[in-house]
Every structure is written in structure tokens, then in C-alpha cells.
Design a protein. Structure first.
Length: 95
């Protein structure tokens, strides 16, 4: 037996108890891509700018810029943003 005590974070314990992934429990941003046509960003705090060439949003930990052609915001609700169009570039800048 090991003499060292394993230290588990509160987030790890909550994940074990609820069965939820750590990124959901910890409030981390989550990105989903559907081909190069749609990007869903969860955990958005603000939409900094948006036009038909791109969008920039801020999460708790980073700034995310999406550029492309015919960019539209399909959904903006509950800290989630769905960006659609022909996505050509994604830039992530940590705070």
C-alpha cells in the first residue's frame, strides 16, 4: 500500500458524484465544430464584434475569433453561440 495520500480536487469529486465531465462542472469553455460550416462555443461571456466576415467572443479564460465568408450568428442563448458560414480561420488568445 502506498503511504502517499491521493489529493483530489473538489471538481474531480463532483464529477465522480454527478457523472458530468470536468469542463462542464468547472465552467470551462467548450467548442464543437460541424465541418467548416458551424462552430458552437459554450461558456461565452460576451460577443465583442460580429459582421459577415467574422465574430469575436470572450469566455472566462480566452478570446475566440472566427473568420470566414457569409458568417452569421445562428443562435445566441444561455452563454452559447452558434456561428455559421464558411469558416476559414479560428484564433484563440488566452488571457
Amino acid at each position: 500500500m502506498s503511504k502517499h495520500k491521493t489529493v483530489r480536487t473538489i471538481g474531480d469529486r463532483i464529477c465522480d458524484f454527478t457523472g458530468l465531465p470536468l469542463d462542464t462542472v468547472a465552467g470551462k469553455p467548450v467548442f464543437q465544430m460541424i465541418s467548416n460550416r458551424e462552430m458552437i462555443v459554450e461558456g461565452v461571456k460576451s460577443l465583442e464584434y460580429y459582421d459577415d466576415a467574422g465574430a469575436k467572443m470572450r469566455t472566462s479564460e480566452m478570446s475566440v475569433s472566427v473568420t470566414g465568408k457569409n458568417i452569421i450568428i445562428k443562435c445566441l442563448a444561455n452563454k452559447n453561440i452558434s456561428v455559421c458560414g464558411l469558416i476559414t480561420d479560428i484564433h484563440i488568445e488566452r488571457k
